[in-house]
Design a protein around this ligand. Sequence first.
Ligand code: SME
Length: 162
Amino acid sequence: MFEAATLTSTDKPGLYRELAVQLEALLRGERDPVANAANMSALLFHSLPDLNWAGFYLMRDGMLVLGPFQGKPACVRIPVGRGVCGAAVLRRESVLVEDVHAFPGHIACDAASRSELVVPLLRDGAVLGVIDLDSPRPARFTPEDQAGIEALARIYLAACAG
Ligand code: SME
């Protein structure tokens, strides 16, 4: 059984360094992208404060399709360019939204969401999917969260590549 150690850092960079160590251990020896996405979603949802959704959308035939997640049921298919997730795919970079109500085209899966961070999963120039985090707190995510989740995304991609 994987035992998540209690996170002790009070600053975000330290918190993400601890989470990186935990994620490495959690994914070690497993390459299946869905299994790893499921465990990573659970780790993020239960480790990071003030989240109401944490999960993956995976590219399937040119469209984002709902993958493993924690939180309320969500919309299943998101075309590239739509919503925050679709914008991250189009731009091939992370999208940090302090106020989802001010983001044109934001897709509200959970009415409680107020801020959002989406990080694309890039391999050899191709977008494999995105990691999506939602919070009920406005401006919950900062560039430190973005850097932290981008580092965790690299650990996920490396684990799945074996
Ligand atoms: N809000 C996202 C849709 C996915 S849910 O947040 C889980 C978006 O605008 O792309």
